[in-house]
Ligand binder design. Structure first.
Ligand SMILES: [Zn+2]
Ligand SMILES: [Zn+2]
Ligand SMILES: [Zn+2]
Ligand SMILES: [Zn+2]
Length: 577
């Protein structure tokens, strides 16, 4: 089969469907997509809200609970105790399929009726304000990933302890305002670094300690802006820099990013990859256009697949040996799950939401250990097969058409209209932030910021220095310096918590002047986007394998408009070792 160029139904840009893609669609018996890979990723991630939290009363016990659902949208929401109890049965929401109505409008009715968990939280101890998370203890405002202890304001991490404002990291302790760290200890403002300790402002460093403002270092200590010092000299310099002072810190921050541009960057953050394109990949084979994937094989157009997916297309936030799966947001241990959200340890499931340990489901929600169900009603195997094939046919004959004219037949993920979250309440806004006008123009849902009635007791610049700060600061309501004048879901005011004060004191970092959401978005602006550009290595050094300029081409998240020097893997390795 040949590749084919199609126009995306959503963004109207052309995209290419490769022969390997066609082979997969044929194998799993679905039509080729009508949305481009990026629009498909956006659409799936609209089903993921992590940090837009509301207060809503439980639909069963009536108690007030923290919830990821906007109460104005009238979803049926249960608190965790009620949801996990036997006081309700998802099969009570079961209905007969109505061939006179469109499939997706009936699915919308089911989605409105089915009780939903306020938050996705499992094995959580004393960690009320956390979401999309498992195995978490004594933590606050952490989202995504697993195994957190005594952390706050972190997202998408594994095995983290006593960290503040850390994203996309693992096995690290006492780190602050960083992302992509591994095996790090007492790092403040560290990025893409491993096995480092006791440092400030490091980018792509390995096995370094006691460094400030360094880029691309290997096995070094006592360096400042990549210059080697004696231990005593370093200590004096560090004292002079006085990084506990917010103004000094801001100055060094600026100098660091400027200085960092003098050093080449590898075209993508990759390690042990074979025949693959994307960014943030490790130990993968034959993965195309995928981001944040580890130990995967033939996983394409996917995002955040950290543990062993195989033969999958279009999956995100999926792990643990998922195979032959297509268009799934959030799953574990699945086989042949298509067009679904939060399906765990299941196989042969389509168009379903929040189902565990199930097989042969079509358009179900909230089921556990069930089989042969359609719209939450159980059938015999024969009835199930016949009805599913009739429904698929009807989906093509009577497609759902949304207000923007986008057509949803069988083979399309959920329409934007029937997904519960607004664009700016979902995580996609963190990767591709849009203004209100852009969100509405593109036909996504927009949520007006809630009017907050906080009365700040202190402005950010009035915060005491970290040496002087004591427990009195925990009582203050501090005004975020953005004061809501940003597109970062600013909460306008925030508090300092006890563990945060302890960690900031121990690390000697100033107390934050921005609210947790604004801090997170400031980091997200430094992160490479899940997007690829075709470029050529910028190296023109002599003594490398090339004569004149290196001509190796690659797919990179760095667009040509960016100021960084981008090298292919070979040239990078010649310079950084
Ligand atoms: Zn598109
Ligand atoms: Zn803010
Ligand atoms: Zn090169
Ligand atoms: Zn070179």
């Amino acid at each position: 089969m040949q590749s084919e160029i199609k126009q995306c139904q959503n963004c109207k840009q052309d995209f290419t469907i490769e022969p390997e893609d066609f082979n997969f669609y044929e194998k799993i018996n679905v039509p080729a997509p009508t949305w481009c890979p990026e629009c498909r990723m956006v659409r799936r991630m609209l089903f993921r809200n992590e940090r837009s939290l509301y207060k809503q009363n439980c639909g069963l016990c009536g108690k007030s609970a923290i919830s990821m659902y906007d109460p104005e949208k009238n979803y049926m929401v249960y608190c965790l105790d009620c949801y996990n109890s036997d006081k309700w049965d998802p099969k009570d929401c079961g209905v007969d399929y109505d061939f006179s109505k469109s499939f997706f409008s009936q699915l919308e009715d089911l989605y409105k009726k089915i009780p939903r968990k306020v938050l996705y939280q499992d094995f959580a101890i004393n960690s009320e304000y956390t979401n999309q998370i498992v195995y978490i203890k004594n933590s606050y405002l952490c989202f995504g990933g697993h195994h957190y202890e005594d952390c706050a304001y972190c997202a998408q991490n594994f095995f983290l302890k006593n960290c503040l404002d850390v994203d996309f990291s693992s096995k690290s302790e006492f780190c602050f305002d960083s992302f992509h760290l591994r095996n790090c200890f007492r790092i403040r403002f560290g990025y893409y670094s491993e096995d480092c300790m006791d440092s400030w402002f490091i980018y792509d460093c390995r096995n370094c300690s006691n460094c400030v403002g360094c880029t691309n270092l290997r096995n070094k200590s006592y360096c400042i802006f990549n210059e080697q010092y004696e231990k005593g000299e370093y200590e004096n310099k560090l004292k002079e820099l006085n990084l506990s002072n917010p103004d000094n810190l801001e100055q060094v921050n600026k100098t660091f990013w400027q200085h960092s541009l003098n050093y080449p960057r590898k075209y993508a953050n990759i390690k042990n990859i074979t025949n693959s394109t994307g960014d943030d990949m490790e130990q993968v084979r034959n993965c195309r256009h995928s981001f944040s994937v580890t130990e995967d094989e033939n996983v394409n157009y996917s995002f955040f697949v950290p543990t062993g997916g195989k033969d999958c297309f279009d999956i995100d936030h999926v792990g643990l040996g998922t195979t032959e799966t297509y268009e799934l947001h959030s799953g574990f241990g699945d086989n042949r799950v298509f067009f679904s959200n939060r399906v765990y340890f299941s196989h042969s499931v389509e168009y379903s939401d929040d189902c565990y340990n199930c097989e042969n489901l079509f358009a179900c929600a909230g089921l556990r250990k069930k089989q042969y169900c359609i719209f939450n009603k159980e059938y015999s195997k024969e009835e199930y097969i016949e009805l599913v094939s009739k429904i698929k046919k009807q989906m093509d004959e009577m497609p759902y058409v949304d207000s923007k004219g986008r057509i949803y037949k069988y083979g399309e993920f959920f329409p934007i209209d029937i997904m519960p979250f607004a664009y700016n309440d979902s995580v996609i806004h963190e990767y591709f932030p849009l203004t209100k006008e852009e969100i509405l123009n593109k036909g996504y849902k927009y949520k007006e910021p809630e009017i907050k009635n906080y009365k700040p007791t202190m402005l950010a610049h009035q915060l005491p220095g970290i040496e002087k700060a004591d427990e009195n600061v925990l009582k203050e309501i501090i005004q975020c310096e953005h004061m809501g004048h940003c597109n970062d879901k600013c909460t306008i005011a925030f508090r300092i918590i006890q563990n945060e004060l302890n960690i900031c004191k121990m690390l000697g970092v100033p107390l934050p002047r921005l609210c947790p959401n604004c801090r997170h978005m400031e980091r997200m602006k430094l992160l490479n986007p899940p997007k690829l550009y075709h470029r050529e290595c910028m190296c023109d050094k002599t003594g490398h394998m090339h004569n004149g300029k290196c001509t190796i081409e690659f797919e990179t998240p760095y667009s040509t408009k960016r100021p960084e020097i981008i090298y292919c893997e070979k040239c990078y390795q010649q310079e950084v070792y």
